[in-house]
Design a protein around this ligand. Structure first.
Ligand code: SAM
Ligand code: SF4
Length: 331
């Protein structure tokens, strides 16, 4: 029986662990071009600290750990952290380790990550056009991301998923091309609604391309069939033209899936967040560094879960965006 059940009966099985707030790109929807308030190096959790938190969380019922950031591939300890987490056994077996990445330098890392026990990869790619990519990410590195996706295609890491944030006037005309690209790479394309999570607070609801529009654009080219069976997953999945390929839509804003949320988040500086949009964090790093016992860590995890709200409240009049950006929260 999981210890991580909240007031609404949601059982928490998924922990997102941010390894760093730093990144090789500067996506406009995530980070500003300059002036990012970086987490000080001494505040970033060590592999020992991450391992300890995951060990306690796994005993409480966490089954999947997704490594993220910032960009996890620029963490100097990535492979070691994967190895340590993949060796942790929970009540239902070994912890599954997944990673979300921008793919830059992935070809160098895939053999080591596979050997260390990484199970799955999500790679972000918002556009296939080099000029758009350079504008959107403020770095001219589409070629490196494409190499990363190709390396993932050749790897054993499955299912492979590709993520794109759809933005009006930026890449909304590419949804069909991105699905075709994903199919060529044996991957599931997933389209994410733009969320109010950038440090620069530039989000505008009118500019967001909602689920309905994404599906309408895809429907002009593909026959989509809702597949259901989503459980706690953020993506609504559709079969394409009778299968076997699928496409996902993550409609966090227009069709929130909070009622089935099974996720907790650990920031790179060791703060526990019970929601992407949480305004409060619990200080696991402080507890660890002042000698907390495993029971003390467990109690903080349970307290975070107990305090979780029913939903993110983006549509509520008193909604305020979190102070931290997506790069620091851990996407
Ligand atoms: N750097 C890695 C990457 O880009 O995949 C991992 C971290 S990134 C914060 C994780 C995911 O969050 C990416 O798929 C990214 O597109 C998404 N993301 C970032 N800011 C977002 C926003 N404001 N709205 C929706 N998705 C966002
Ligand atoms: Fe970096 Fe990922 Fe944020 Fe883009 S979305 S700036 S790749 S952390």
């Amino acid at each position: 029986m999981s210890g991580l059940v909240d007031r609404f009966g949601r059982v928490h099985r998924d922990l997102r662990v941010s390894l760093t707030d730093k990144c090789s790109l500067r996506c406009t929807y995530c980070m500003p071009a300059e002036g990012v308030p970086w987490i000080p190096k001494q505040s970033v959790l060590t592999p020992d600290e991450i391992e300890r938190i995951v060990r306690v969380a796994a005993a409480e019922g966490i089954e999947t750990v997704r490594l993220t950031g910032g960009e996890p591939l620029i963490s100097p300890n990535l492979v070691e952290i994967v190895r340590r987490i993949a060796a942790i056994e929970g009540p239902n077996g070994p912890v599954e380790v997944a990673m979300t990445t921008n793919g830059i330098r992935l070809p160098d890392f895939i053999p080591g990550l596979e050997e260390a026990g990484l199970a799955r990869l999500n790679i972000s790619i918002d556009t296939l056009d080099p000029d758009r990519f350079a504008e959107l990410t403020r770095r001219d590195r589409l070629i490196d991301v494409l190499a990363g996706i190709e390396a993932a295609r050749r790897s054993k890491l499955r299912p492979l998923k590709l993520n794109a944030v759809v933005m009006r006037g930026v890449n909304e005309d590419e949804v069909v091309d991105l699905v075709e690209f994903a199919i060529e790479h044996d991957a599931q394309m997933r389209f994410i609604e733009h969320m109010p999570l950038d440090i620069g607070h530039t989000w505008d609801r009118e500019e967001m391309v909602p689920r309905e529009e994404i599906l309408a654009a895809l429907g002009k080219r593909f026959r989509l069939e809702p597949l259901g069976g989503r459980g706690g997953a953020p993506a609504e999945v559709f079969g394409i033209d009778g299968g076997p390929f699928t496409v996902g839509v993550i409609a966090s804003v227009s069709a929130p899936f909070c009622a089935a949320c099974d996720r907790l988040r650990l920031t790179a500086d060791g703060q526990l967040r019970n929601c992407l949009f949480a305004r409060e964090e619990l200080d696991l790093k402080g507890a660890l560094r002042s000698g907390a016992s495993d029971e003390g860590i467990r109690d903080i995890l349970r307290a975070g879960v107990a305090a979780k709200r029913a939903g993110h409240g983006i549509d509520s009049p008193d909604f305020t965006q979190p102070d931290r950006g997506m790069n620091a929260i851990g996407g």
